[in-house]
Structure formats: structure tokens, C-alpha cells
Write a protein that binds this ligand. Sequence first.
Ligand SMILES: O=P(O)(O)OC[C@H]1O[C@](O)(CO)[C@@H](O)[C@@H]1O
Length: 541
Amino acid sequence: MKALVESLKASARETDATDIRAAFAADPNRFSRFSTRLDDLLFDYSKCAVNDRVLEGLEALAKAAGVEEKRDAMFRGDIINITEERAVLHTALRNRGNRPVLVGGKDVMPDVNAVLEAMGGFAEDVRSGSLKGATGREITDVVNIGIGGSDLGPVMATLALAPFHDGPRLHFVSNVDGAHIADTLKLLDPETSLFIVASKTFTTIETMTNAATARAFIADKLGEAAVGNHFAAVSTALDKVSAFGIDASRVFGFWDWVGGRYSIWSAIGLPLMIAIGKKDFGRFLDGGHAIDEHFRGAPVRENIPMLLGLIGFYHRTVLGYPSRAILPYDQRLSRFPAYLQQLDMESNGKAVTLDSTPVEFATGPVVWGEPGTNGQHAFYQLIHQGTDIIPAEFMIAANGHEKTLRHQHELLIANCLAQSEALMKGRTLAEAKAQLTAKGMDEAKANRIAPHRVFTGNRPSLTFVYDQLDPFALGRLIALYEHRVFVEGALFNINSFDQWGVELGKELATGLLPVVEGKESAEGHDSSTAGLVAAILQAAR
Ligand SMILES: O=P(O)(O)OC[C@H]1O[C@](O)(CO)[C@@H](O)[C@@H]1O
């Protein structure tokens, strides 16, 4: 693999692959050669630093890394999460054709369908008002208490699908910072509130602490006996849920073969289903399933997640670009970058291979972003003229939902397309100077100012265009990125499905709590940590 990566570097150098501007000038068909479609979804990668030779090299790399075999092993239910000894089967949750999926010789589909059915019944009862609080009033507000994968997916998707939201109001509490739950509880009437405690493990300290606070809120206002009417839970740890006191009829399970950051398709999606209804949630699953079928069947040069992964690997590992910016020109996708941060960085932020040896090249990039056009007025300066090259990933709908505001949508589209054009084309020194002198600036001053107005161009970007952001389109987008992360992880030869990197901080926080509470001394901790604790304790009121 290392040799193939080196030869890709050489191909890029020898073919001037990073001179994207020259590639466009030389080939009027570049767009049609380096873009592909899946129904209304258009994927344009012509503004990336690729050419045919690079793509051939990437295909060879994918073959050598066994990406397709690894993909098939995932769909088959093999134990590919080797450190946790688990299958990886979030795809079974959206397996709309009901093709049998075997784990340990047993088809998981009947259980998957049963939970989906139970969620649907519960969600529709909440939405219709037939499920009541302890005092007989309808539920107006649903609060999801979870963190990481038990929060980001439902938050992101609920915001994204606001035009389809016709159920009760939704709130999300994740942070252990008491401010988060306190600010949420202030908005609620306990008689009409329902809390969903969402935690795969049902041990996560943030979620358990917030759940206890919410429980006290109900018990204090409505009495202990009311708690059962105002709580539901989503977890794989059904024994722990029952110890919390939530009735089995309000508990929705999932399985250890669903990773937290891949769990929006499972019962973790319950808040979304309550917001948009069972039918639209089904459309969301359909979108994910459509991408699964595409990923499994399309040839590499038409396979969007495969291309996305290969190009991602190429930008990151071959060309050494340290981060990628996720730039949805879709305000309702405002939490999509945060969602992808967990998906990508928790999956591929690893430095040890599946053979338990150190990796030989750079793995997952830093993933970040904000919706356009807001980002343009904040950090685009650095993307255009900074010293790092940051591949940008744009996404835009051909149609907004606000029919009477078409003009605003056209402005949004123009801005999105202009950014990728500017990143690719740039502005030369001669062009910058000519612009200034044309405005009447004298030669000497133009010479001084022009360098500040130069854009190197050749900054890669890719663009997704879809018809409209609806449940199907969102499901498709999420699944695309899931499989992209999979492809990159397969090329890195790492386990994309564990997350040991978050453990150490959790362990140390548990150890530090008694010190922060003033019950234990800070002895044994480093002087910085001890000094910080002392300062905080001194100031604590
Ligand atoms: O659903 P749980 O078990 O509460 O975990 C929440 C999150 O914590 C993590 O385990 C680590 O931060 C994530 O992978 C997960 O999504």
C-alpha cells in the first residue's frame, strides 16, 4: 500500500493533477467526465485535483486494500469491528427489501422490523395525542436526553427536516453542563412533557445525570407515581433501563452491531419519527437504503460513496491536506458538519491498523464546517488565501421549500457555485494588478496592493446538488457519508467502528470528580491539574 501511495504521489506530480485550473482550460468536457448522477443527486468532483491517471491509481489502491471485499463483509454481517468483536450492520436498519441478514446464524430482520413497528405505534400515539401525561393532558414537548451518537443524529435530522415537522415540539439535552437542562426545563410544562432517555450503553455519565435531573423535575412537580407516564427510553442495555424505572412498553431496543454514530436509523431516531411521523421516517430509511444498493452495485467510476472515499483519501493521505470543510448551502443542514465530525473523526481518527501495527500514513482529516453563506463571512478568507489547502465539500438543493422566496434561493445557489469557481480559478497577480490600474490606481500602489489580492486558485472542492432536502434526500446524504468513511477506513486499514480514544478522558474525569468535590486531595495529579483544581475550589461558592 505504501508503494501505491508513493506512486500516486508521483502520478499527481507528473501529470500536474493539482493544477485544476489548467485541467479545465485544456478539457471542455471535464465536468461531464468527472461528475456522476444517481437520480436527482448530482456529484461533481471535476474541481478536485484528479485526472484519469490518478483515478486509475486510486482504483488500484482500492483493489489492493480489498475495499469491495471489506464492503461485502460488512453487509454480510461479518465481525469486522474486531476490537469489540461485533458485526457492523446499521445497513440492516434500513434494509427495506428485507433481505435476510444473519448475525450468528440468525436473521436480524424480524427484530429490526418489530422495533420499527413498536416505534411507529408509540410515535403516532404521541403525535395524535392519544398518549397522555399523568394528569391526562396531551404531550406538547418531547425532550431527547442523549449525547454523541444518541444526540447528534436526531438533532441534525430534526433541524434538517423542519418543513416536515408536524408533531410536538422537540428539545435536545446533551451536555452535562447544568445550563443545558436548566434552560430546557424552563420552557416546559411537566404535565405535557415527555422525556426520552437515549443511550446505547445506558451508563454514559452525561445522559444519566441529565436523566436524573429530568426525573426529579417530574417527580417534584407531579409526584413519583407520574414518572412512568413522562419517560421513554432507547437503549441496547434493557436491564439497566428497567432499573431506572421505565416501563418495558416504552423501551425501544437496538443491538450491539449498531455503532452510536451510525444509530440514527435505529430506535435512536425515535424523536425524529415523533417529529415527522412514521411515513416520512420510512422515506428517510428508503434514502439510506437507496445508497446501500448503489454502493454495493455501481461500478467504481459511478459509485458516489466509493469516489467520495477515494478522493477523500487522495486529498488527505496522498496530497497531505490536513482538513476538509463541510459547507452545506442549506441552513437546515446547520448541524450536518457537527454530525459528520463525529461520524468521520470518531471512526477514522486512529493510528493503529487492523494488524495492530502503527499506520504508515496519515489517516482521518479534521472535519469542520458551517452552512453557507454564513461561513463566507467568517472563515472563507483562510480557505481562499490561507497557507493550508482545505478541500471544500459543497451541497445545495436545486429547490428550497420557500416557494415565495425563490429569489433568496437563487442568491444562495449563486453564492455556492461562485465559491467553488473562485477556489478553482483564483486570481493571478497580473489580473489583480490590471483590476487595480483599471480603477485608476497608480502603478506603484498597484504593485504594492496587488499581491494581497492574489488568489492562488487550484483549491479543490466537490459539490452535491439534489432536488430538495426531504426525508429521502437526507437519508441518502447521511448514508453516502457513512460509506465514504467506510471506504477511507478500509484504505487506511483501520477499524472504523471502535472509539477507544474517548475512554481515557472519561476515566480521568471519574477519578477527578472526588477531587473537584473537595473530598479527596489532588496529590498524585500533575501540578497544572492540581493548580487548576485549587484555583477553582478557592473560587467556588
Ligand atoms: O449512547 P451512549 O452509550 O450513551 O454513548 C454516547 C456516545 O458516547 C461515545 O461512546 C463516546 O463518546 C460515542 O461513541 C457515543 O455515541
